[in-house]
Design a protein around this ligand. Sequence first.
Ligand SMILES: C[S@@+](CC[C@H](N)C(=O)[O-])C[C@H]1O[C@@H](n2cnc3c(N)ncnc32)[C@H](O)[C@@H]1O
Length: 206
Amino acid sequence: MFVLFVLLLIIVLIIFYFYAIYFGLFFGGPFIPVSKRDIKHLAKVFNFKKEDVVYELGSGDARILIYLARKYKIKSVGIEINFLLSFWSKLKIKFLGLDKFIKIKRKSFFQENLEEADVIICYLMPKAMKNLREKFIQELKPGTKIISFSFSIPDWKPIIVDKPSKKDKTIYIYEVGKTRTKNKSKIKNQNACLPVGRDIGHLFIN
Ligand SMILES: C[S@@+](CC[C@H](N)C(=O)[O-])C[C@H]1O[C@@H](n2cnc3c(N)ncnc32)[C@H](O)[C@@H]1O
């Protein structure tokens, strides 16, 4: 009886594990969280301000938003489709007393209006970045920054691309109003299409 119980427990844990990691794969990307090093890299490369309203698309276990709330007292919304991850995030946030800063919504980010955002953070698969492009054009106000780990937005020119070393993920930063696309005719919001050009060391500002 005891052996059966342990076996059942192991099976349940395995199911939980695979659900937590791979469920998001079908909607935008699996759960592969950024490291502490990546978060520190982000804080170096992007000038976060207390008044920024940050939206994280696919917030995972909310580690980035928790860091931003603790360090800058930033208010944020995390959108996470995976029930386990959103539940775990809410638990951590409550426990840390950060619920007045961070709100977690369990839903697909495709179903969330993003017009309130000053900063968008994402770490998603290339296909999701492509699908989000039209949503960004429709909903984001001029000046909104989009930060993406590892994957760029196809056809858009970032204002910053940063990868200081091999160990670091590439960080792409876009700004609505300064982000050029090769395919201007498809863009309804022309705010999304202004080019510039400058190069400062490993930071490349277009
Ligand atoms: C690569 S992980 C990044 C997690 C977190 N942003 C981080 O950097 O630590 C991608 C996350 O997006 C979530 N996700 C994928 N598609 C989604 C969708 N359509 N709506 C909401 N969350 C989604 C996954 O469940 C996963 O937690």
